[in-house]
Ligand binder design. Structure first.
Ligand SMILES: NC(=O)C1=CN([C@@H]2O[C@H](COP(=O)(O)OP(=O)(O)OC[C@H]3O[C@@H](n4cnc5c(N)ncnc54)[C@H](OP(=O)(O)O)[C@@H]3O)[C@@H](O)[C@H]2O)C=CC1
Ligand SMILES: CC(=O)N[C@@H](CCC(=O)OP(=O)(O)O)C(=O)O
Length: 308
């Protein structure tokens, strides 16, 4: 049966990515609001309540307001914002997080799409915590670089008119909005030390977790870490574990796609590892993940419309 979808915030960076992926889907009927009505609360309320599924591509406060506009017990939600990623009553929309997690998403009424950086971080770390290779109270850090579209329309405009577009580390006070969801969904006791940076490319990201294997209680080898990740994502059409013996990683490796690639790099002799994920902040980091969640919730092919 045809499902009706409304993308609230559909004119924004993430909203347009989702619209592209849903274009031409005969199984979906997409509701759209004219430019002069897209921020009108009455028009949005009507569209939200007419939809079987609403995808929120809004700033956090507007996403909370949109949920409050629902006055029926049928409309289901995928929220791309940070507003509900650690909230009670919401299922975290990373189907690869745990065995059986996709089924939780399929049954959920409210699904919170993961942050772009947490998607890479959790894909690398959660299987290792689950396997006991990283103890839950281990101090973990995560270094990352993102294309500037990660900051939405405002950052794109700012970056494209900037005279200095070089590497920009930020989040220096270690209170980034993604730290709580990284902690909660990894199963770690402490939030990771999260060091993000923006770089001069439109889309794409690298998320890296350095690990002192020699200091971990079980002293796992690089091979053991790679095997554990390989088992966690075996058969996934989206997440691939690639060989780690390469000279350099390209931030645009998965740009323009909804794929994510994981690698276990490092030095066996020193017992030091660099776990690295590459993804598109607008793909598996946002729009691709939202479409994947929508497909799962609607009981459709999970990869329909994805760029793989
Ligand atoms: N960019 C990225 O890589 C990622 C973004 N996200 C999240 O997705 C959400 C959207 O981000 P992004 O697309 O980047 O942001 P943008 O700023 O590009 O888009 C947000 C859109 O929401 C619209 N909007 C704002 N307030 C309202 C309102 N009250 N009612 C209706 N529409 C409104 C804006 O309108 P106007 O066009 O007039 O400004 C804009 O079109 C955010 O929560 C962001 O954190 C998540 C993962 C990755
Ligand atoms: C480069 C850049 O500014 N990135 C954004 C995160 C983008 C993102 O995906 O965050 P949400 O999913 O939580 O919206 C930031 O650091 O705030």
């Amino acid at each position: 049966m045809t499902k009706t979808i409304f993308i609230d915030g559909g004119a924004g960076t993430t909203g347009l990515e989702i619209t592209d992926r849903l274009a031409g889907r005969a199984d979906l009927n997409i509701l759209t609001l004219a430019e002069d009505r897209r921020k009108d609360a009455g028009a949005r309320r009507e569209a939200i309540n007419d939809a079987d599924f609403v995808i929120l591509c809004l700033p956090d406060e507007a996403a909370r307001e949109a949920v409050a506009l629902i006055d029926n017990d049928r409309t289901r939600v995928v929220d791309a914002s940070t507003a509900h990623r650690t909230a009670d009553g919401w299922v975290y929309g990373l189907p690869e997080l745990e065995p059986g997690h996709a089924e939780r998403i399929a049954r959920a009424r409210y699904v919170s799409n993961p942050g772009c950086y947490p998607t890479g971080f959790l894909a690398l770390v959660r299987p290792l915590v689950r396997a006991g290779l990283i103890p839950a109270d281990w101090p973990v850090s995560v270094n990352a670089a993102s294309g500037y579209s990660g900051g939405g329309k405002a950052m794109i405009a700012e970056y494209e008119s900037a005279t200095n577009r070089a590497f920009r580390p930020y989040g220096l006070s270690l209170a980034h909005k993604h730290a709580p969801e990284m902690q909660r969904h990894s199963g770690l006791v402490h939030a990771p030390i999260f060091a993000p940076a923006v770089v001069d490319t439109y889309r794409g990201m690298v998320v890296e977790v350095p690990l002192a294997l020699h200091a971990l209680p079980g002293r796992p080898t690089l091979e053991r870490i790679a095997e554990t990740l390989g088992e966690a994502y075996a058969g996934s059409p989206i997440v691939t574990v690639a060989p780690g013996d390469i000279g350099a990683v390209n931030i645009e490796e998965n740009a323009g796609t909804d794929r994510m690639t994981l690698r276990v790099c490092g030095n066996a002799a020193t017992g030091q590892a660099r776990l690295i994920a590459t993804l598109d902040n607008l793909g598996k980091g946002a729009g691709g993940a939202a479409v994947q969640n929508l497909n799962i919730m609607a009981g459709l092919d999970p990869t329909a419309g994805l760029v793989l």
